[in-house]
Design a protein around this ligand. Structure first.
Ligand SMILES: [Zn+2]
Ligand SMILES: [Zn+2]
Length: 392
């Protein structure tokens, strides 16, 4: 336990006793012994700082510290959920599985608008939407109905309700960015997304083949040491694909993205890096963890419900990367060139088959507009590509 600086002379509680108790509380709330240790310590430090201040001390130190610890635990849990969803969704999801709202960790200014007090502006913005969209957004954000209940009322699945709400938000955002731009920016509602640099790109999402990808591409600045930042996301498909971002720790993003502008060119560069990384990881099984950059173990999972390749990092103490065979197809040169020819391709559900007498997985993308398809068959045991075929 590190020494506490500026420890007040008359401490109104016994740090050793409280720490012991808080560690148990934190362990119950996080299920993580190391985190519990840190969080309990943090709560004690907050308590000591509070005790050293003049003014109004808590009546009951034990319950005050308990409250602090609980708050710290909930922040820790929220952060971990975000990290996990960030890294758990690295394979290309099967679009037939239920979707969740995309994980966008920065607060969306629309939420502030929809749940806040800017009634006149929201009224104005909503009134320029079509009635069904307006009703849906009001039900979700003003009446605060759960998605499940909205689905029931509208007679649609939860999944469909989620997607419609998301589209409604996009429509609302467009109204704010165009017709009501001056008012919206006066309320500071447009600045957050813009400041983060999100833009709509000309690329279509290769999971749904329907939505245009949103992207952020900030060139690095060697003078300030700022790293480039490249990321693409679909407004509708869940999560972000790690293979569409430059933030894997072992990637030298500055070298990878040097001299390129534009999302297509950036994506090509990023993809080439992932091609090499994955080929090497599959071959040697000793990849660097994408999350911390330390040595990790690569493992092929043959589980019928989740075949693919995972990277298990001892330092991070979990699987920090997982890719489904469909993701391997996506990263292949063949699929990338197919995507350039058929920008509206979308991924299809993978199928377990027998190929050359061995268990195999057939993965594919199909063009939404023509009959063109690309198909790749992987050996389930080794994830080696056994066959690739493009038509159209
Ligand atoms: Zn999509
Ligand atoms: Zn790691």
């Amino acid at each position: 336990v590190p020494a506490v600086v500026n420890e007040p002379r008359n401490i109104p509680f016994d740090p050793a006793v409280e720490r012991q108790r808080l560690r148990q509380v934190c362990y119950r709330l996080t299920g993580d012994a190391t985190a519990a240790e840190d969080l309990a310590q943090e709560a004690i430090l907050i308590g000591l700082r509070r005790a050293s201040r003049d003014g109004d001390p808590p009546h009951e130190w034990s319950s005050y510290l308990f409250g602090v610890a609980r708050r710290l635990c909930s922040v820790w849990r929220a952060r971990r959920v975000r990290d996990d969803s960030r890294f758990a969704d690295l394979g290309i999801a099967d679009v037939s599985t239920p979707m969740a709202l995309p994980d966008v960790s920065a607060p969306d200014p629309l939420d502030t608008l929809l749940t806040g007090e800017r009634e006149q502006l929201i009224e104005q913005a909503l009134s320029s939407l079509k009635a069904p969209v307006r009703q849906l957004l009001l039900a979700r954000y003003v009446d605060d109905l759960p998605i499940r209940e909205i689905g029931e009322r509208w007679g649609i699945s939860e999944n469909a309700a989620t997607v419609r709400i998301h589209r409604g938000r996009d429509a609302l955002r467009k109204v704010l960015e165009t017709r009501l731009r001056a008012e919206a920016s006066a309320h500071g509602l447009l600045s957050a997304e813009a400041a983060q640099g999100w833009r709509e790109t000309t690329l279509f999402c290769c999971r749904c083949g329907q939505e245009r990808l949103q992207g952020r591409f900030v060139a690095g600045n060697p003078a300030t040491g700022e790293e480039p930042d490249f990321v693409l996301r679909c407004p509708v498909c869940p999560g972000m694909l790690h293979g569409m971002t430059s933030d894997a720790v072992p990637m030298n993003a500055r070298a990878v993205l040097a001299g390129v502008q534009g999302f297509r060119a950036g994506l090509n560069r990023v993809n080439r890096w992932w091609q090499d990384y994955l080929a090497d990881a599959l071959e040697h099984r000793a990849p660097l963890c994408p999350r911390c950059g330390g040595p990790a173990d690569g493992r092929i999972s043959n589980a019928p419900d989740s075949p693919g390749f995972g990277i298990d990092c001892p330092a991070c103490d979990r699987i920090t990367f997982y890719i489904h065979p469909t993701g391997l197809l996506y990263h292949s040169e063949e699929a990338q060139s197919f995507w350039r020819r058929f920008p509206r391709m979308r991924n299809e559900a993978p199928q377990s088959i027998i190929c050359e007498g061995r268990p195999a997985i057939r993965t594919s993308f199909a063009d939404r507009l023509t009959a063109a398809r690309i198909e790749m068959v992987f050996d389930t045991a080794t994830l080696r590509c056994m066959r690739v075929e493009a038509t159209g």
